[in-house]
Design a protein around this ligand. Structure first.
Ligand code: DX5
Ligand code: ZN
Length: 216
């Protein structure tokens, strides 16, 4: 079952609870939470206390994307706060496998997020540790950027590898996803579609999410 995961980065932070209710009512499957530290990416967002507050109002799983240096220092805090799926970047730690094992040990689904220029061979020795691979389809740091066209091939290549290695692993894509490109990206093999500006920038969230779901 393919999923739509609205990224709250583009929501109105002054009324986050209402925004989460609104996208859930509109058909969101997961809530995507972007955590940025001002070091790994040039932007700062939120930490575990906000995730804990979101957990109290959200009915859908929290998909927490850690764009932070040394994620292993904070994995427990985010899972304790309510993260159901946690993505870490191998570019942000020398201990990718350790970080993934920590996520599973703490009871969440484990995922690696790859920057656009990070090759797929970084996955070669961690297949056993993965529930999902998040392919960044823009450079991480900001919402509202343009999808990098070459990433469509990367999705296809990842799909082929996953079919060989472990077909249960999900492919999530994040950045520049909209009603205009989602059909093609679904055909390329993506399973979970993060969308921030395309959903929260619209008048009616249900119109966008329904349109996206009809295309995947
Ligand atoms: C970017 C974040 C994304 C972002 C996507 O670093 O990881 O989740 O919110 O936003 P859009 O859909 O606007 O590209
Ligand atoms: Zn994200």
């Amino acid at each position: 079952m393919k999923k739509i995961a609205p990224s709250i980065l583009s929501a109105d932070f002054a009324k986050l609870g209402e925004e989460i209710h609104a996208v859930e009512k509109a058909g969101a499957d997961w809530i995507h939470v972007d955590v940025m530290d001002g070091h790994f990416v040039p932007n700062i967002t939120i930490g575990p206390p906000v995730v804990k507050s979101i957990k109290k109002v959200a009915q859908r799983p929290l998909d927490v994307h850690l764009m932070i240096q040394e994620p292993e220092k904070y994995i427990h805090d985010f899972i304790e706060a309510g993260a159901d799926v946690v993505s870490i970047h191998p570019e942000s730690t020398p201990h990718t496998q350790r970080a993934l094992a920590m996520i599973r040990d703490a009871g969440a689904k484990a995922s690696v997020a790859l920057n656009p220029a990070t090759p797929l061979f970084v996955l070669d020795h961690i297949w056993e540790d993965l529930d999902m691979v998040l392919l960044m389809t823009v450079n991480p740091g900001f919402g509202g950027q343009k999808f990098i066209p070459e990433m469509a091939n990367k999705i296809q290549n990842l799909k082929k590898k996953i079919e060989r290695m472990n077909p249960d692993i999900l492919i999530e894509i994040d950045g520049g996803v909209s009603g205009d490109n989602i059909e093609k990206l679904s055909q390329a093999g993506a399973d979970v579609f993060v969308a921030g500006s395309a959903i929260f920038g619209a008048e009616d969230y249900a119109v966008v999410i329904t349109d996206m779901k009809s295309k995947i």
